[in-house]
Design a protein around this ligand. Structure first.
Ligand code: NCD
Length: 323
């Protein structure tokens, strides 16, 4: 396999979960599956995007999303630069569109952008970048969107359930209202024919008008939400997004073996997007259970999914590299 000649006009950004059709998701799952062995076996990697540059621009904290975009790009032979927001001209008041145009003017080909503001990818970043032929990927927007996390989570479930997702039930537990992971997952899972249940105290339930959860059943009862769940997803409590302090018995919303044995003995997968607060959102024993917990796999799958997104974004089809 030799490095491909890339068509600079083919740019397929992934900005929202609502834009991901079932067909696109399945294409990305197949692509991610093909490159998954590349993540842990260096000898398998091929520089299919050699010569291209990815910039990571994270205006909010991150460990796994930023590093997995960077590693995915490097495993495909790309150069990677990181905009260190804390020490950059952003601190001198530079507007986002000017920072993005500056990176584009230096020859950056792709950008993974995380920002605190909902809608900024579609309303500000994409218009600023499209004239420069820069591929934009949404690495998280406020509490609204995290479509690449939704893709990697769905990919993890797709592998766990042998490619059969339609008809399954996923129960999300915890701080749903403030979680961009929950919103993006709910939208994508519904697109894939998966039923989404949510378990949260009233203060952590999304507003009834939130279209992301229009098809989801919300309850305060762990037993009710977990009934029929094929998979359970714990969520980090988003303290930094809470406007008021609400007294919540967090122990009632903790995923544990005891809860699964009592309410969901049929459950075959436990997910957490990370970073997790052990003994708060999930017990140590369940987080580390090799049979049920997919948490480490989610991280590895995140690199493969971001490789798939970069390949797809630059128009390199699965047939070009699948063995
Ligand atoms: C999440 C995020 O930042 O949205 N983490 C991640 O991307 N894996 C979840 C969180 O911070 O709780």
């Amino acid at each position: 396999m030799t490095a491909t000649t890339l068509n600079p006009t083919v740019l397929r950004p992934v900005l929202t979960s609502a834009c991901i059709t079932a067909e696109l998701a399945t294409t990305l799952f197949t692509m991610a599956d093909a490159v998954l062995p590349w993540v842990t076996k260096a000898a398998l990697r091929q520089p299919l995007l050699a010569g291209r540059t990815l910039a990571t621009a994270f205006y909010e904290h991150s460990t796994r999303t930023r590093l997995s975009f960077a590693l995915a790009a490097e495993y495909l032979g790309m150069h990677v630069v990181d905009l260190n927001v804390a020490t950059s001209s952003v601190q001198k008041g530079e507007a986002l569109q000017d920072t993005l145009a500056t990176l584009a003017a230096m020859g950056v080909d792709a950008m993974a952008l995380r920002h605190g503001e909902a809608g900024i990818h579609t309303q500000v970043a994409q218009p600023a970048l499209e004239n420069h032929s820069v591929l934009l990927l949404n690495a998280g927007a406020g509490k609204a969107e995290h479509p690449t996390q939704a893709l990697l989570d769905a990919f993890t479930l797709w592998r766990r359930f042998d490619g059969k997702l339609a008809g399954k039930t996923v129960c999300m537990v915890g701080d749903i209202a403030h979680s961009r992971v929950a919103r993006s997952n709910a939208v994508l899972l519904n697109t894939l024919g998966v039923t989404v249940n949510g378990v949260a105290p009233h203060a952590w339930q999304p507003p009834a008008t939130d279209p992301a959860f229009a098809q989801a059943v919300m309850t305060e009862s762990l037993g009710e939400g977990l009934a029929n769940a094929d998979a359970a997803m714990a969520l980090r409590i988003q303290h930094e997004r809470h406007e008021t302090d609400t007294a919540i018995e967090v122990a009632q919303y903790q995923l544990s073996h005891a809860a699964l044995e009592q309410y969901a003995p049929q459950c075959r997968a436990v997910l957490h997007p990370g970073p997790m607060n052990r003994t708060v959102e999930i017990t140590n024993a369940l987080a580390d259970d090799p049979a049920l917990s997919c948490i480490t796999q989610q991280v590895t799958h995140g690199v493969a999914m971001r490789m798939a997104l970069l390949l797809h974004g630059f128009g390199v089809g699965v047939a070009r590299y699948a063995s």
